[in-house]
Design a protein around this ligand. Structure first.
Ligand SMILES: O=C(O)CCC(=O)C(=O)O
Ligand SMILES: [Fe+2]
Length: 343
């Protein structure tokens, strides 16, 4: 999440409500392959599926924080543009200075494939409280690398050629999603229905609270959902279902939702930025080898060699048809001996 200055624009997140306890890893330390930090990251990916990455004090991290702040500022303006106007940008290069800035920060493209995605997410309550706008990611040849470079924690799945991390010049469902949620009347509860992210990883920037998750092992009843406190200088990362699939259930994709911001923040209009990283459309979703850590399918259990695009389509179809009820997955135990070897 952006810096403290930015947080000071809103009433404080309350101190007297139960919150989700999330691990925090240092981006700076991960960049130099610090062993203890990498181990903590691997544990967070297995046990929580959600963790904070502290971006402060690192050159690349500070750049991401600045970009996130600019995206927040621009987000307010983007939601003022009507949908038809925005759709035109997919085909015509922007000319005004605002639009050029928007293009630079969000790296909008003018190619037909870069048409803005404007969607409404499923919402359980009436009143259409949230609006969503998304932009496909930039291509490799005309922008910088993605926010988190694909480094591996010790013991994390072996990276096969071409997967699991999406390359910037290949087609994928990766998108920058901007969410705006207006204050709702008392009694209204959910802004964004409970779900898991189907991609590989999501990088979230929040200033106002509202995101809630259901801790591991907790029964899915309202009383067990916990707010996540937005932390200045940090990004919130959560793993998606693709990571569970590739890791044979070792890594965790945790269910979450967006509810009314807590306490005094309930009167705020909430903006949030989500960078949804999806696998390259053509990569295989077959689970990885994993050198003994990842359980291999036994006879008759082989999932086949489905491509990521098709895999995603099937999952979305199941969700839409109600055949798949959202729930956390993964977080499977690794035998003690194998875990030792993994490090
Ligand atoms: O707005 C948030 O904090 C979470 C959004 C989210 O879960 C999503 O975009 O998938
Ligand atoms: Fe999500």
């Amino acid at each position: 999440m952006p810096t403290t200055n930015y947080f000071n624009r809103f009433p404080p997140f309350p101190n007297d409500i139960p919150i989700a306890r999330l691990p925090r890893v240092s981006f700076d330390k991960l960049l130099v392959d610090d062993a203890a930090e990498s181990e903590q990251l691997f544990r967070a990916c297995r046990e929580n599926g959600f963790f904070l990455v502290d971006l402060k004090g690192s050159g690349e991290g500070e750049t991401m924080l600045k970009d996130a702040e600019t995206a927040f500022d621009l987000s307010e303006k983007i939601f003022e543009i009507d949908q038809q106007e925005l759709a035109k940008d997919a085909f015509k290069p922007p000319t005004s200075s605002f639009r050029s800035r928007l293009r630079r920060v969000l790296q909008l493209r003018t190619a037909p494939s870069a048409r803005p995605i404007i969607t409404r997410l499923p919402c359980t309550d009436p009143g259409q409280p949230q609006d969503t706008r998304g932009f496909p990611p930039p291509r490799a040849r005309d922008h910088q690398p993605p926010p988190l470079p694909p480094r591996q924690a010790p013991g994390s799945p072996t990276q096969h050629p071409g997967r699991p991390h999406p390359s910037q010049d290949k087609a994928s469902g990766t998108a920058l999603r901007l969410l705006k949620s207006l204050p709702q009347p008392v009694g209204h509860r959910k802004y964004l229905a409970s779900h898991t992210d189907i991609g590989s990883m999501t990088m979230l920037f929040n200033v106002v609270g509202g995101l809630q998750l259901l801790p591991a092992e907790a029964e899915n009843v309202d009383a067990n959902w916990r707010y996540v406190r937005p932390e200045p200088g940090c990004a919130l990362i959560n793993l998606g279902d693709a990571m569970v699939q590739w890791s044979g259930g070792i890594l965790r994709s945790n269910i979450h939702r967006v509810a009314t911001p807590p306490g005094e923040q309930s009167c705020c209009t909430r903006y949030s930025i989500a960078y949804l990283v999806h696998p390259e459309a053509n990569v295989s979703m077959r689970r990885l080898g994993g050198g003994g850590v990842i359980p291999q399918p036994v006879d008759g259990e082989d999932e086949g060699d489905v491509r990521a695009e098709e895999w995603g389509r099937i999952r979305v179809g199941r969700i839409i048809s109600g055949k798949s009820i959202p729930s956390s997955s993964g977080g499977g135990k690794i035998e003690g001996r194998k875990l030792q070897e993994a490090y």
